[in-house]
Design a protein around this ligand. Sequence first.
Ligand code: IPD
Ligand code: CA
Ligand code: CA
Length: 273
Amino acid sequence: MVYRYQDELQVAVRAAQEAGHLIKDKISCHTVTESKSCVSDLVTEVDRQAEEIILQAISSHFPAHSIVGEEQQGDRPLVPADILTWYVDPLDGTTNFVFGLQFCCVSIALAHQGVPVLGVIHDPFRQETYTAVRGGGAKLNGRPFTVDKSVSCMEHSLLVTGYPGNIKKRPRLYQVNLKRVIDSCSNLRALGSAALELAYVACGRLTGFWEVSLRPWDVAAGMVLVEEAGGQVSNLAGQSLYLDEYVDIVASNGLIHQEFLDCLAWKDEGDEG
Ligand code: IPD
Ligand code: CA
Ligand code: CA
């Protein structure tokens, strides 16, 4: 069967790998670290150069498509009315990158009217390229993979979450029942790259992921990967997730999804536990 978006996939993989070379080369010798929305929301010259590589590749091959790049948003809407929009996070995990932690990636997605249809996540430190096109399954370096269906309850699950870089959004972290999640799962990680964490849920290295106040470029590619690998993606209320300016996401192997949502659900202060 021939799936759609094969030209787009090829261009995205090549651009992600080229940007990945730069990231790998520069991890211990980048020169500029600046803050964006607040002191802990970091950007380096490598984020900008990597984005330039990707935007150049996409716009030269698909001049009619819209592109939302994290570092070059301008005043454009984040979910344009255009039919096909690319979402580019040139370096997801900038804080890890700045501190020399080799857990970061390039994330590129194509969305059709707000629904991601193609996702590429490239980890330059492990030379792992995750790809998925809606309806065509998910692949790691060309080999099909699925979520881990051997875990069917929270008790045996390895979960992962993240903390918003923007300090103003951090209070939203506590709108989920963190204690109940920690008490219910096997263990909880925070690895510092939402896109790569989603790829890890997709390929079965982790069972579930949630984070609040992410941006569309953080999640768009990972959403396609998880769903094409047989997992489930939703908002905190369990409803279908659409790309928006800010996104609250829950992703899992599907089997634990309802129990995961129940654990995350906010309880009134009067409730025990
Ligand atoms: C960040 C990472 C991190 C998540 C933050 C994001 P960036 O993206 O995905 O894991 O917790 O909320 O902002 O800034 O490194 O591209
Ligand atoms: Ca990001
Ligand atoms: Ca980024």
